[in-house]
Design a protein around this ligand. Structure first.
Ligand SMILES: *Cc1c(COP(=O)(O)O)cnc(C)c1O
Length: 395
């Protein structure tokens, strides 16, 4: 048998042993889990008439998120992209700035930078975490940027580099303590894109709470969903107040006059989505346990595989295993695609990592570091079915 056929066979065998046969409909990559509680709370919300951006579920959801992440403030918004946009704007990213972004990320990370009128500046990944590599970043900035009056400038473009947006890929935390040091050294704000990492920790600290602020997403394919939704986490009281103000219409408190003191976003999450969020949040621990069981089964299943490995949480961290991932032992787009096609033909919805952001037409001319690790990962990674339902209630 050819090696690629052997790889296909071992890949399909593990999927089958962990997930069972796919039935009449394929096994999703990651599907939402909507139960009784979700129906109850959404119905109550509908019956109350408070379906829009004012209502009790919004504050309940925000308080629940703050408690869960041990963050002082959580501000719920319409989606994760909006959360990132508002977060970057609020920490002072200005039109014409550059913002450091991993090229291996979902396009929203870079789009949020563009929505600020800023330019994403792409950096490389750490092979151990799949996320931004702080040590490579330090080396890169030392050679390509300089501090002037406390502001970092790209020595080639002359533009200010104001922030860095690390992203915890598929739920696996990056080496955030090293990034905090690098950000201090180069006077960069950190806005953590924790869209994929609710329930992921570095030590005992929740991802999204290391920088000035962090953002979450509750899109339908994430660990918990509000239909569409996102949130901004911050421990800074003044920043939280500014974000809340801009998340609405920046209206000044007054009995009847409409006075607005800033160009604001109207990004607030509606109560009906927050009701769904409250129900999902009450089940998050169960989802996380089920996803961990699933990940452990995969890890075990792939130990004897010859041409691929299961990606496990980085040392010292806890991953939510949002999307389980295998990595080919060597980069091979041909094999990657053969495995994807074979799995999908057998009813297991797998997908490759995102095309690297610096290769997309709108970002082709953006500044970038050398990106060898991200290139390698892009040709090696496959996400495999990861829904909580497979092992829910089994611990
Ligand atoms: C899901 C996601 C977002 C936000 O997505 P929305 O669909 O706008 O909620 C942002 N960044 C990353 C890395 C994501 O995976």
């Amino acid at each position: 048998m050819t090696t690629s056929n052997l790889s296909k066979q071992e890949f399909l065998a593990v999927l089958k042993s962990v997930l069972g046969e796919s039935g009449s409909s394929p096994i999703a990559l990651h599907e939402p889990n909507i139960g009784k509680r979700e129906n109850e709370l959404v119905s109550k919300c509908l019956a109350s008439g408070w379906v829009s951006s004012v209502g009790e579920y919004i504050s309940e959801f925000e308080q629940g998120l703050a408690r869960f992440t041990n963050s002082k403030h959580a501000i719920a918004v319409v989606n994760g992209t909006a959360a990132l946009h508002l977060a970057l704007h609020s920490v002072g990213v200005k039109p014409g700035d550059e913002v450091l972004v991993p090229t291996l990320s979902f396009v929203a990370t870079a789009n949020a930078v563009s929505h600020c009128g800023a330019i994403p500046h792409f950096v490389d990944s750490d092979p151990k975490t799949l996320g931004l590599d702080p040590l490579a970043l330090r080396e890169y900035l030392s050679a390509n940027a300089s501090l002037r009056d406390g502001e970092l400038h790209n020595t080639t473009t002359g533009r200010r580099i104001s922030a860095v947006v690390p992203m915890h890929t598929f739920g696996h935390p990056i080496n955030i303590s090293a990034l905090v040091d690098v950000a201090k050294e180069f006077n960069l704000e950190i806005v953590e894109d924790a869209a994929e990492s609710i329930g992921s920790y570095v030590g005992n600290t929740h991802t999204g709470t290391f920088g000035k602020c962090g953002t979450l997403s509750f899109n339908g394919n994430k660990t918990i969903t509000t239909g569409g939704g996102g949130a901004i986490l911050t421990n800074d009281d003044d920043l939280a107040q500014r974000i809340r103000h801009l998340a609405t219409t920046a209206k000044m408190p007054h009995d009847y006059e409409y006075i607005h003191d800033a160009v604001a976003f109207n990004y607030r999450m509606p109560n009906i989505n927050a009701a769904l969020g409250c129900a999902q949040l009450s089940r998050l621990d169960d989802f996380l346990s089920a996803k961990r069981i699933l990940a452990n089964k995969y890890a075990e299943g792939f130990t004897s595989a010859g041409s691929m490995q299961f990606v496990t949480e980085p040392h010292g961290t806890t991953s939510n295993y949002w999307l389980n991932t295998i990595r080919l032992n060597k980069p091979d787009l041909g094999l990657r695609d053969e495995l994807l096609v074979a799995a999908r033909a057998n009813g297991y919805m797998c997908r490759p990592a995102w095309n690297l952001l610096h290769t997309l037409p709108m970002y082709e001319s953006s500044p970038r570091a050398k990106l060898p690790v991200a290139q390698n990962l892009w040709q090696s990674l496959i996400n495999i079915p990861s829904s909580a339902r497979h092992y829910l209630g089994q611990n």
